[in-house]
Design a protein around this ligand. Structure first.
Ligand code: GLA
Length: 728
């Protein structure tokens, strides 16, 4: 519900449990009033006190009144260059070379439904469940207009924000900072939780006490990256999984981003988030406009699990689209770790036959099926089948005959110099004239900021996808951007290349999902290097990590779960010794961990022993029973494996609380160990639950308030225990 009070010029945005407030003050600046637990429809003026502070100046119209300062007031979206010395929302270079924009309130609009952002992924409204507020600010000196968009998803407790810059003046100006959100926090101390990592160990949570000064979480790799994720949480220092104030900010964007959190001289905290201004600038001609990506804001006073639940539901229902949004994904086998580049038709068919007999539903042919691609030195860019290695049509037919779907791997934005595409169009690769571009995995990037390049690659790939019955695509991206320069853009616009590259990639994704609505798209970037809400708009699941070691995956999936639902996590059982760590873990553990996401197998199934095959068969049967719970249930982190690395416990509970799957793994067994008690969550206190496979019946309240003490096992590290509860 959006309520505007004309007398006091106050906007109140209410969701079921939260209120977000802004108001216009006497000089026309838009101030931030409040964001937190739901309050009445009142102006939260008691939060502000204005004092004459040294070195915090005042607007010109204030005359001798020295109380109001942009440097101290809580603002909704800041001006720049006019006396707020904290991190700012935007940055400009005007025609005269000055770098100021003085943004004053002009007007507003309120309407039913959700605003759209042309060319960018964004949350959508299912059945009139949201309302939009547009607030326009303008710099009277240049005519730069800034339209702030807010969509209020009342039932979900999510508010989305995005900003449109419009040049309503006559002179071209340059935007060199265009953040999607500015949030001046409530008074208090705030911890910053963010998710860092590396290739093969993505999204590890780290909680920091915000110091005075700026904490900056960012990527300038051209992707959201393995190293940082465009999701941050600001939490009260006492917040836990089950209690305490938590604010989330998630950027719906897959390119360079930054989240900057600053605690100022008066202990006030500001968060800004959006495209990384270090690698961005945009020329805004008279009459032109620029849209920022969207941010999803969420607040709860009930701790991290509740915040995660809000994002999980929102991503599942208001970000992910298409046929597979809420339906169970087929159990797949991918040949990558099974064969790498070394395969032929017979080998693939042998794996497919084995897969079908085990109950697997989808066969995915990974890298190596196209061009001259027998290793990673050549072939990218040549999207036609290497008939010597594989006869795609026949393979797809055989796979279909076996009762399975067929899927394919692609990496559209890349090119090897050793490829026909590069020979024909060397100027299509991103490189700076006169400089030799760096390689990564021996590949270069195609200039996806150019439409003709996107068109060409799309035509090539879509003709392969139309050539036979392909029902799944894994879309990979295996290097970071560097040497960015586009021959198609003038000098003054080179700062736009990286964002334009992302827009080109989204254009490709939009065409793919529109033209092939039956294809299940799985995102990937060397595992989880582009795991973000932007990609989830196109692909409902993403290959979570190239690390398939179950013990490591527990930590990766733990960190990922703070922002992203299990339905978005591609997770596979692979061979032992594991190819990334050399660790040997049991089939039970590999199965339990992979089943906590969208289950797949990634190994040469023909090499499995008979007993292992029986285990796979059983896993798939179990998975089919629990998949709905994993996909659409509530997820609970029942332990913190970073604080206590001895074990990890997590659970899924159905919406009606009648079913629950608890997973427990001893990560590090100890001799004569202390007992481990875990309190279950999300059950009905009054209900009695039967433990599947036993005669045991346990009470919900007893399990939640007393907990469950797990047996001490002497099975070595990585022993999994799964408890499946069903209400009697
Ligand atoms: C990336 C992916 C892998 C695999 C290879 C193929 O590393 O993450 O799963 O597809 O590329 O080259």
């Amino acid at each position: 519900m959006i309520i505007y009070n004309e007398n006091e010029k106050v906007f109140n945005l209410h969701t079921k449990n939260t209120t977000y407030q802004m108001y216009v003050e006497q000089y026309g600046y838009l101030l931030h009033g409040y964001y937190g637990r739901r309050v009445a429809d009142v102006k939260m003026e008691q939060l502000q006190n204005y004092y004459d502070r040294g070195f915090s100046g005042n607007p010109n119209q204030a005359g001798k009144d020295r109380l109001f300062s942009l440097d101290t007031a809580a603002q909704e979206y800041t001006s720049c260059g006019i006396g707020d010395y904290r991190v700012s929302s935007c940055g400009v270079i005007n025609r005269d070379g000055s770098t100021a924009a003085d943004l004053r309130y002009v007007g507003y609009k309120i309407y039913e439904g959700k605003y759209a952002i042309p060319g960018l992924p964004a949350a959508y409204d299912n059945n009139d469940e949201c309302e939009t507020l547009e607030v326009t600010l303008e710099d009277p000196y240049t005519g730069l207009r800034v339209v702030l968009y807010y969509a209020v998803f009342e039932a979900q407790d999510i508010i989305t924000r995005n900003v449109r810059f419009e040049n309503a003046g006559v002179d071209t100006l340059t935007l060199n900072r265009a953040m999607s959100v500015c949030l001046d926090m409530q008074p208090g101390d705030w911890d910053v939780m963010h998710f860092h990592g590396r290739h093969c160990m993505e999204r590890q949570p780290e909680r920091l006490r915000q110091p005075h000064g700026i904490t900056r979480i960012s990527s300038k790799r051209g992707t959201s990256s393995h190293q940082h994720n465009p999701f941050v949480i600001l939490a009260s220092p006492e917040a836990t999984e089950t209690n305490g104030d938590c604010y989330g900010a998630m950027l719906v964007y897959s390119g360079d981003f930054a989240a900057e959190i600053e605690m100022d001289q008066f202990n006030q905290t500001r968060l800004v988030m959006g495209i990384n201004s270090e690698t961005f600038s945009w020329q805004l001609e008279s009459g032109a406009s620029f849209e920022t990506p969207e941010v999803l804001l969420g607040f709860t006073h009930e701790g991290f699990s509740a915040l995660s639940g809000m994002y999980h539901r929102f991503i599942r229902n208001n970000i992910c689209r298409g046929k597979y949004k809420n339906t169970r994904r087929p159990v797949l086998v991918n040949n990558w770790e099974g064969t790498y580049f070394d395969f032929n038709q017979e080998k693939l068919i042998a794996i497919a036959e084995e897969a079908s007999s085990l109950g697997i539903e989808l066969f995915v042919l990974d890298d190596g099926w196209f061009g001259k691609r027998d290793d990673d030195y050549s072939g990218l860019g040549d999207w036609y089948v290497n008939e010597k290695k594989v006869q795609l049509e026949k393979l797809a037919e055989r796979v279909n005959e076996l009762g399975m779907k067929f899927g394919l791997w692609i990496e559209p934005e890349m090119v090897n110099e050793d490829s026909n595409l590069y020979k024909a169009h060397p100027d299509w690769a991103l490189k700076i004239p006169g400089r030799a571009p760096g390689r990564s995995r021996y590949q270069l990037l195609l200039d996806f900021s150019r439409k003709e390049v996107v068109d060409y690659v799309y035509n090539q790939i879509s003709s392969v996808l139309s050539s036979c019955n392909i029902e799944y695509v894994k879309w990979d991206f295996n290097r970071s951007l560097a040497d960015t320069y586009s021959l198609a853009l003038p000098k003054a616009r080179q700062g736009e290349v990286r964002h334009r590259f992302v827009l080109g990639m989204y254009d490709f994704a939009e065409r793919l999902t529109r033209d092939f609505p039956n294809i299940l798209l799985e995102g990937c970037s060397g595992g989880g290097g582009r795991f973000d809400a932007g990609m989830l708009y196109y692909s409902p699941q993403i290959w979570c990590s190239d690390d398939t070691d179950a013990m490591e995956r527990i930590l990766i999936q733990y960190g990922t779960s703070f922002g992203y639902p299990a339905s978005s996590v591609g997770s596979h059982v692979s061979a032992v010794p594991n190819h990334q760590t050399g660790r040997i873990s049991s089939m039970e553990l590999r199965g339990a961990v992979a089943m906590s996401g969208m289950l797949g197998y990634e190994l040469d199934l023909t090499k499995l022993k008979r007993a292992e095959k029986a285990q796979v068969r059983k896993q798939i049967q179990t998975y089919k029973k629990t998949a709905d719970l994993v996909m659409n249930g509530e997820y609970y982190r029942l332990s913190d494996p970073i604080k206590n690395p001895d074990y990890c416990a997590w659970s899924f509970v159905s919406e009606d609380k009648k079913k629950c799957l608890v997973n427990f793994v001893y990560l590090h067994v100890r001799a004569n160990a202390p007992l481990i008690n875990v309190r279950f969550r999300g059950l009905k206190p009054d209900a009695y639950y039967k433990v599947r496979g036993t005669e045991q019946v346990l009470n919900g309240a007893a399990l939640m308030y007393g907990g469950y003490t797990f047996p001490i096992t002497m099975e070595g590290d990585g022993y999994p225990i799964q408890i499946y509860l069903e209400e009697k």
